[in-house]
Design a protein around this ligand. Structure first.
Ligand SMILES: *Cc1c(COP(=O)(O)O)cnc(C)c1O
Length: 350
């Protein structure tokens, strides 16, 4: 079965061997205060910084999911209110969680066919942005994030990169908080989230001084100074992340390949008749999640025709659940798999 689901998604094939290695190594039965775990922890963080171009003075925390990051950010980095820009369901969900913690938080929804509304930016405590909106397949570029940074020198900028971290060369220095879970663009099993914070974010965490949540950033930060965690972490997840990162090419190379492949996919899909692109504005098309727009009463038929060819693509999500299907363009999926997918779509479209 070829799997183009945008999360959980296809795993890097080597995960199978690394799972067995993890078992054999004994690390899964060792105390997380042990030297072996501390070495693994140190190695995974160094590799992450090296492979994903994370500035050395940023901190990396291992959490359980992107959803947990949404909550940690409101609890640890916001005193009164955050401002949320969104054009789809993931950004909106984040806003909804934020409101539960800080009811005065503000949501600014914009049209998913339009570019980012820069004119609506204003300095607030924390501005929340979804760089790659997995529900509709729109994305912001590094240039746009830099522009947001420059227009908001005082705010913390937090960016959800759940479906792009590991596939796109993000310029981490242009924002304060970045987070993702590993079951999408990093090709790993679910249950591990990454939260990356700038020194400015850490400073704010100490000002907010949240000491009522076990997963607060300051507790995580204090433990991390000694290569420790606040609770028994996902040792298997960190082991697999460490192993996969060691194999990865540079993010520049990965990103170039992902970009070239998405350009080709967009061109070929555009030529089809009954299958359209949800996002036609080329400036905002995501490189890692491509959303197909299909007549509502033909969605099931298309899905089953693909399944008959042993191909799984993602269902629509949220607002676009019934009228779209999604294709992950992630680095762990190989070029030949996309050739097969395109051929299948062309045959079905006839
Ligand atoms: C999948 C996804 C999430 C949620 O990830 P979990 O691991 O389920 O918490 C959040 N944001 C975006 C953009 C996503 O694609």
């Amino acid at each position: 079965m070829l799997n183009f689901y945008p999360g959980p998604s296809k795993l890097y094939p080597k995960v199978e061997n690394y799972l067995a290695d993890a078992f054999k190594s004994g690390i899964l039965s060792q105390n997380h205060r042990s030297k072996s775990f501390m070495d693994l922890f140190h190695s995974a963080t160094s590799l992450l910084k090296q492979k994903l171009n994370i500035p050395s003075d940023y901190s990396v925390f291992y959490i359980s999911s992107a959803t947990e990051a949404w909550q940690i950010i409101s609890q640890s980095l916001v005193k009164e209110a955050s401002t949320h820009f969104f054009n789809g369901n993931f950004g909106e969900k984040w806003f909804n969680y934020a409101k539960l913690i800080h009811p005065q938080s503000e949501g600014i929804m914009f049209d998913y066919t339009a570019n980012f509304p820069f004119e609506k930016l204003s300095n607030t405590e924390l501005v929340a942005i979804t760089q790659n909106e997995t529900s509709n397949g729109t994305a912001l570029t590094n240039e746009e994030i830099k522009k947001i940074r420059n227009s908001l020198p005082q705010s913390l900028i937090a960016i959800d990169v759940t479906s792009s971290l590991g596939g796109i060369n993000l310029e981490i220095q242009h924002a304060d908080i970045w987070f993702a879970s590993v079951q999408k663009c990093l090709g790993l099993p679910s249950g591990l989230g990454l939260l990356i914070c700038s020194p400015k974010a850490i400073k704010k965490a100490f000002e907010v001084n949240n000491r009522v949540n076990y997963n607060s950033i300051i507790y995580n930060y204090e433990q991390m100074q000694n290569l420790q965690t606040t609770h028994t972490p996902n040792i298997l997840g960190i082991y697999l992340l460490n192993s996969i990162l060691a194999d990865l090419h540079s993010i520049e190379e990965i990103s170039t390949a992902v970009k070239e492949r998405s350009a080709k996919l967009y061109v070929e899909i555009k030529k089809l008749n009954s299958i359209k692109l949800l996002v036609e504005n080329t400036e905002i098309q995501s490189e890692t999640v491509i959303t197909l727009k299909i007549d509502e009463n033909r969605v099931e038929e298309l899905k089953s025709k693909l399944l008959a060819k042993d191909i799984l693509i993602g269902n629509g999500y949220g607002y676009w659940k019934k009228s779209t299907l999604r294709i992950a363009n992630f680095p762990q999926i190989e070029d030949w798999e996309y050739e097969k997918l395109l051929t299948a779509l062309q045959e079905i479209d006839k």
